[in-house]
Design a protein around this ligand. Structure first.
Ligand code: KG4
Ligand code: ZN
Length: 358
């Protein structure tokens, strides 16, 4: 099948057998600083104990998008209070930790370095295992957090601001990339359309809100690559179609444009994800990433999966956008399997780095 690339088998590329091999019930601290959220979470075994997110959205809103240097300066400010809050809420101290994890990529290099360096420092000081976690793997596995048995044979759809991927999940750490966006990610398209319509950053949630009062059939926007026969996506043509149409509309029926754009984007995601599930002959579809907060996306997938007899696992809304609980979950699974990461693991900004998705 085209585009099938074996991307990871346990141990992950940065893992080594852990000193605490096979540890279950461990208290794991995870930090997430890949973009503009400073987040920390604590997990005991596979049970989430506490989670905190400091969002920089209001700060970057002024610039209409994330400014990397501003993001790292604010991680520096926020990390300590976020860490203290998570430990305080759980009623534990650093000395109670069994392992420390952080996102190593993909993301903004200067933001990633802050969380990763702090996590390594704490792990070294405590002489406990350190785990570097792939941000996309965090999103991918987040729908399984409430599943007792953990990640199962399934197809995963990750729809975030930076990535849109279809992945065949064979189990923890065993993934096969089926397809990805060839240009804009789904969230990026929502944000760009929001910007074109003069909505505040990030556009995604605003487009979703306005679309709920609009007519999804008012404009027929393109559904790119719907019949391309592969699992890849393209969202830049959809965004450009909105851009070219706007000058002809006076006044702009903003709610109808939002609803029609959203319907086109969701149509493609539903069509391709369900085809991947059918072709893979699995019965579970796991959807994650910021765009999976979208109410129309959740509604459409719920209806189409029910009709097709597919079990749908959606990340809970609080775990769709960037958070550290999903990073702690992956770390807990790796630790359970008896692995931790090398202390010299570096950050990797792009999806291709780090050896997971080569
Ligand atoms: O997963 P995430 O927090 O960050 C990345 O890893 O990229 O995703 C953020 C993206 C943004 O593009 C944001 O506009 C989009 O998720 N998003 C939404 C909604 N909530 C967040 N897009 C559409 N509808 C929403 N309700
Ligand atoms: Zn993300």
């Amino acid at each position: 099948m085209r585009n099938e690339v074996e991307v990871s088998v346990p141990p992950s590329p940065v893992d080594q057998p852990a000193e605490y091999a096979g540890m279950t019930g461990a208290l794991v601290l995870a930090l997430e600083t890949s973009c503009d959220e400073s987040a920390a979470a604590l997990m005991r075994g596979r049970q989430l104990v506490a989670a905190e997110v400091f969002s920089q959205v209001a700060i970057h809103g002024e610039y209409g998008g994330v400014v990397p240097e501003v993001a790292s300066r604010n991680h520096l400010r926020a990390l300590r209070p976020v860490l203290d809050a998570v430990l305080g809420n759980a009623g534990v101290g650093l000395s109670n930790l069994d392992a420390v994890a952080a996102t190593s990529g993909p993301g903004l290099a200067t933001s990633l370095m802050l969380g990763l360096s702090l996590a390594k420092g704490i792990a070294v000081a405590l002489r406990k295992p350190f785990l570097a976690v792939n941000h996309i793997e965090g999103h991918l596995l987040s729908p399984f957090l409430s599943e007792l048995a953990g990640p199962c044979d399934s197809v995963g759809l990750v729809v975030s601001g930076g990535h849109t991927l279809l992945v065949r999940i064979h189990g923890t750490g065993r993934y096969r990339l089926l397809g990805r966006t060839l240009d804009d990610a789904a969230g990026e398209a929502f944000d760009k359309v929001g910007k074109l319509l003069g909505l505040s950053y990030p556009g995604g949630p605003n487009v979703n809100r306005l679309a709920s009062t609009g007519d999804p059939a008012r404009f027929r926007f393109p559904r790119s690559m719907l019949s391309s026969g592969d699992y890849d996506f393209s969202f830049s043509g959809l965004k450009t179609a909105v851009r070219y149409m706007l000058p002809d509309l006076d006044p702009v029926p903003v709610a109808d444009v939002c609803a029609s754009f959203q319907e086109a984007a969701v149509d493609v995601l539903v069509h391709k994800a369900l085809r991947a599930v059918r072709d893979a002959k699995v019965d579970t579809l796991a959807i994650s990433g910021g765009v999976s907060c979208n109410t129309r996306l959740r509604e459409r997938f719920a209806a189409e999966c029910a009709a097709a007899g597919v079990r749908l696992l959606l990340s809970p809304s609080a775990l769709c956008t960037d958070n550290a609980a999903m990073i702690a979950y992956v770390a807990a699974l790796r630790l359970e399997a008896g692995f931790s990461s090398q202390l010299d693991t570096e950050v990797f900004p792009s999806l291709k780095g780090g050896g997971w998705f080569s």
